[in-house]
Design a protein around this ligand. Sequence first.
Ligand SMILES: *[C@@H]1O[C@H](CO)[C@@H](O)[C@H](O)[C@H]1NC(C)=O
Ligand SMILES: *[C@@H]1O[C@H](CO)[C@@H](O)[C@H](O)[C@H]1NC(C)=O
Length: 201
Amino acid sequence: MSALLRPESALLLGILLASASSRVHIPPHDAVARVARFIAHKCDWASMATISTHEPVVGQPFANVFSISDGPPDSSTGTPYMYLTRMEISVQDLEVNPQASLSMSLAQTDYCRQQGFDPQSPLCARIMLSGSVLQVNGSEADFAKKALFSRHPEMIDWPTDHNWFFGKFNITQVWVLDYFGGVVMVSPEEYFQASPQRKHH
Ligand SMILES: *[C@@H]1O[C@H](CO)[C@@H](O)[C@H](O)[C@H]1NC(C)=O
Ligand SMILES: *[C@@H]1O[C@H](CO)[C@@H](O)[C@H](O)[C@H]1NC(C)=O
């Protein structure tokens, strides 16, 4: 009988496989569009900067945190969807000027901690998205609901009198920092064509 078939070895193998699959497998750093898609799918939330309409910072950048989803765990679209209400301070900014910027970092996953990368290290990969926030309706809203509620189950119970609606971040430019040498720009076309998944051998 080979060593691998002994029960204690099988148990050890099971533990090793389980810990390997729970690790975050980032695409190669030079595949920047894939890294961007990977980050956008892994992160459950993002910082969003709007141009403030609120005193005393009217006209100044204003960063806030939003739950996002670009699709259920098994299906990534690259488009960050959001569940929004006009009672929210940043959404009030968006009603005046829908332009915004979203940032997401693998510091929000276990990856940077496990690798020993400081959140500001270029190796702790992150993306900055430029674009605007648009309301979505119809079948796209149905998809946004599935994308968000599957990853943020408590949204189902958020108060209905807040008049929630579904929005998407319409990307016009992607900026990726995942290695030394500075930020790399990725066009929306390259971004949406890239696969966020690790290629299996
Ligand atoms: C979605 O519906 C809202 C409210 O009826 C409307 O203001 C908005 O323009 C619609 N958006 C799209 C993309 O059709
Ligand atoms: C949405 O983004 C695309 C680029 O991906 C851009 O061409 C288009 O103008 C944007 N739409 C709005 C309403 O901002």
